[in-house]
Design a protein around this ligand. Structure first.
Ligand code: NAD
Length: 344
């Protein structure tokens, strides 16, 4: 760590600790709106900025989730919010320039698969310093961020990647469970997601379709809403996914836990029923120092939604990221390397 980084870390840390962390949310679809609701009762964080594809809103006194969701639902963009909104074809760039934010949750679609890395570069090029957290899913998308980790470090950005549910909460649980073993044999993640209506999470569903045999990110991105609906009609609203390209593998490999080929991810998404089709769990199998073979299983409560299991960890990692940033620790970290902090 250079002296310059340490100095700037101290200056970032000079913000009195009683001041809430100023949070921005990029993307105001299913997860972005849930993020606003998750933050509403928090005292340690204040939600001051958000952007969607067509506009943005910012207010240093805090944005009102109900008013923002109403404006977005009625008109299709936060830009219509009075008086804090503005329409823009460069909403992320404009928000970076105008809003005073300590950390952003990137609840953006990663469509195309290079989009999140391009947003990270936009922050670097703008000379912005602070904390970025994503809930990115694909291994190849995390590899693109790894390719710019030196640039993130030099820019004074603490970027935490893979901080949703999977990757995220379940990857971190695997990293914790691994501590019982001398050798990890397998990490098997199986998720069940139930949502009442696919249109509330269009990007999530398109990105999941991209994992189905015969599909790709490009093909899923090019599908019209009618084509997505026709596909879902043909499967009774269910998406069954196996051997997905999921960044849990590279994250556990980078954390030194096991080679990536020992990590598998699959699951079932029901797009017509908020009840989970199966219980989300991660099984960590290994050998203890005594030579015993065993499996730890961590299962999420069936009542917890995808939104709760993504947004909760994302802000827990954002809080951890702010603490690191204040200590001058920049660059790229994953959810398997850092313990999230509970946001009060
Ligand atoms: P969504 O389709 O509901 O919403 C996307 C939002 O992003 C919209 O508000 C849209 O206007 C905005 N947007 C799109 N392009 C933009 C641009 N260029 N500039 C600014 N805003 C833009 O998305 P969602 O279903 O909430 O999913 C968001 C992401 O979260 C997806 O990438 C999904 O894969 C990921 N996700 C991760 C996990 C996990 O556990 N890690 C779980 C679920 C979803």
């Amino acid at each position: 760590m250079s002296a310059e980084q340490v100095t700037s870390g101290i200056s970032a840390g000079a913000v009195p600790s009683v001041m809430p962390v100023r949070v921005g949310v990029l993307g105001f679809g299913g997860l972005g709106q849930a993020a606003a609701r998750v933050l509403a009762p928090k005292r340690e964080m204040i939600w001051v900025a958000a952007a969607d594809k067509k506009g943005y809103a910012c207010d240093r006194q805090g944005l009102n989730p109900d008013a923002c969701i109403a404006a977005y639902s009625a008109s299709g963009s936060l830009g219509y919010l009075e008086p804090a909104g503005a329409l823009s074809s460069n909403s992320i760039g404009d928000l970076i320039e105008r809003a005073e934010v300590d950390g952003y949750f990137l609840a953006l679609p990663n469509l195309p698969n290079t989009f999140m890395a391009s947003v990270a570069k936009q922050f670097i090029e703008a000379g912005w310093r602070g904390v970025l957290v994503d809930a990115i899913k694909r291994t190849s998308a995390v590899e693109q961020l790894l390719a710019i980790k030196e640039e993130l470090l030099a820019a004074g950005i603490t970027y935490l990647t893979g901080c949703g549910a999977t990757p995220g909460l379940l990857t971190a649980a695997a990293a914790l469970a691994a501590q019982s073993y001398a050798e990890i044999h397998s990490v098997k993640i199986t998720f069940g997601v139930g949502i009442a209506n696919w249109e509330a999470y269009r990007a999530t569903i398109r990105e999941d379709i991209a994992h189905m045999p015969g599909y790709s990110v490009e093909r899923a991105m090019a599908m019209t809403d009618a084509e997505v609906e026709a596909l879902l009609d043909s499967t009774g609203g269910l998406l069954a996914l196996e051997n997905m390209e999921h960044a849990d593998d590279i994250m556990l490999e980078l954390a030194g836990i096991c080679p990536r080929d020992r990590v598998t991810v699959g699951g079932v998404v029901d797009t017509r029923n908020p009840k989970k089709p199966l219980s989300t769990n991660v099984q960590i199998a290994g050998r203890t120092f005594e030579g015993k073979i065993s499996t730890h299983t961590f299962t999420l409560g069936d009542e917890t939604s995808m939104a709760a299991n993504v947004c909760g960890p994302a802000f827990g990692y954002l809080k951890a990221g702010v603490a690191l940033h204040r200590r001058g620790i920049y660059g790229l970290l994953t959810a398997a390397e850092v313990m999230p902090q509970f946001v009060r």
